[in-house]
Design a protein. Structure first.
Length: 421
């Protein structure tokens, strides 16, 4: 028998009777299982409740699924379900759980699961194959589960036709697993989540419960986690870092912009800050410690030490070489600064001028005026006014001797203004 592609709801499969080759009832479906390490969508087994306990029914011995599940083997041949290690169980691990809609960039709750029924040809004929095709996150799935078995099937189907379908394709779903041990066994990764813009990840994370936030940040690589952490609200930042062990937190903080890292650690209690600093690499640790010494709501308190500065005798070729080796953020290469032998700021060159100049051109000949700077102890309002007045992308911060200390980027100012709203 060949099967036309049809769709079943998980709620229709759960509780369905299971019949052996003789037609005798062997039990009822208690769970539907995936093995994500092998195939993310294909159903590999059913957990069947029998009179002798729960049994694992391999889907390869399911003959038909119309009017109940009919198998080609008897219940006595099914293995006992002593444990479900390696399985992802659709009711236990997916129904009513929060998942990330990768395409919609938001967190949603699963009300039901759509399963596609297809067939595979074998020597003995065709047998059904069941795959997860999507998750129902709308009212239709909730109503189906609520009224199934309560109202007649025909009436329920008529009602469901009147409710708009709201389904997310399985390929656009990323699972949030809050049990680290099981997450490793299931090999469920957040690769698709990591491909989103850090600001989108931040929006998603802010909608999650604390343990789910921790689960997400445990799976992201340090660079992506750092970028996302910089985008979330300060209170959420603090909550996430406090939930991580100090070694993992240090790995993420090391990848953050030094100024953002200092702001974050400055919000933690002293003991927790020390634990994280001890785990950091010496160079990154010293940068953050130096920034922590500055007062909040001042230019020095807002600056980052990720910037490009060259000797005043440098050429365009030197500038290009320095950009190739620079490991800071993209926003920090919009301007390259020039300093004299004592580290005093003597000029700035915007990136467009560098891009259009010949390699041997002296950088000093490309400097622009006026050279706008700000002293380290100047307050937030004055910093914002300078950005507004001169339409700045970056603002250098100097000490009383005009030595270049760091820079404030437009992102820093935007974050500062948002915090005041």
């Amino acid at each position: 028998m060949l099967y036309a592609m049809t769709t079943l709801a998980l709620s229709e499969v759960l509780g369905a009777p299971v019949y052996d080759p003789s037609g005798a009832a062997g039990g009822r479906v208690r769970e539907v299982a995936l093995a994500p390490g092998e195939d993310r969508s294909r159903v590999v087994a059913l957990i069947v409740k029998t009179k002798n306990g729960n049994r694992v029914l391999p889907f390869t011995v399911v003959g038909t699924i119309n009017g109940g599940i009919r198998t080609t083997t008897s219940a006595g041949q099914w293995a006992e379900a002593n444990g479900t290690e390696g399985f992802f169980l659709l009711e236990r691990d997916l129904l009513d759980q929060q998942v990330i809609d990768i395409n919609g960039r938001k967190v949603v709750r699963v009300n039901d699961v759509d399963l596609n029924v297809d067939a595979v040809k074998e020597a003995q004929g065709a047998r059904p194959v069941l795959r997860v095709s999507g998750v129902d996150v709308g009212a239709r799935g909730a109503v189906r589960r609520l009224l199934r078995g309560v109202v007649p099937v025909a009436a329920l189907r008529l009602l469901l036709r009147k409710i708009p379908q709201r389904t997310i394709p399985w390929d656009f779903v990323d699972l949030i697993e809050t049990d680290p041990a099981r997450r490793v066994k299931l090999k469920i990764s957040h690769d698709r989540l990591a491909g989103l813009h850090p600001a989108d990840i931040a929006d998603i994370v802010e909608d999650l419960a604390p343990d789910e936030r921790e689960a997400v940040f445990e799976t992201l690589n340090e660079e992506v986690a750092a970028e996302a952490l910089e985008e979330v609200a300060p209170k959420v930042q603090k909550s996430i870092v406090e939930s991580l062990d100090s070694e993992r937190a240090a790995d993420i903080v090391e990848e953050m912009d030094p100024g953002a890292a200092a702001d974050l650690l400055g919000d933690l209690n002293e003991e927790h800050t020390e634990q994280i600093l001890v785990q950091m690499e010496p160079e990154e640790r010293q940068e953050v410690i130096d920034l922590l010494e500055h007062k909040e709501k001042t230019a020095a308190g807002r600056m980052t030490t990720d910037f490009l500065a060259l000797p005043e005798r440098a050429t365009v070729e030197d500038a290009v070489d320095s950009m190739r080796e620079f490991e800071g953020g993209v926003e920090a290469v919009s301007t390259i600064y020039l300093v004299d032998g004592e580290g005093k700021l003597v000029g700035e060159v915007p990136l467009p001028k560098i891009a259009l100049a010949e390699p041997h051109t002296p950088m000093r000949s490309l400097t622009q005026l006026p050279l706008v700077r700000v002293y380290e102890d100047v307050g937030d309002n004055a910093v914002a006014e300078l950005f507004d007045k001169y339409n700045l992308l970056m603002l250098p911060v100097v000490d009383k001797q005009d030595k270049l200390m760091g820079v404030i980027t437009a992102d820093n100012v935007i974050n500062m203004l948002r915090a005041k709203l």
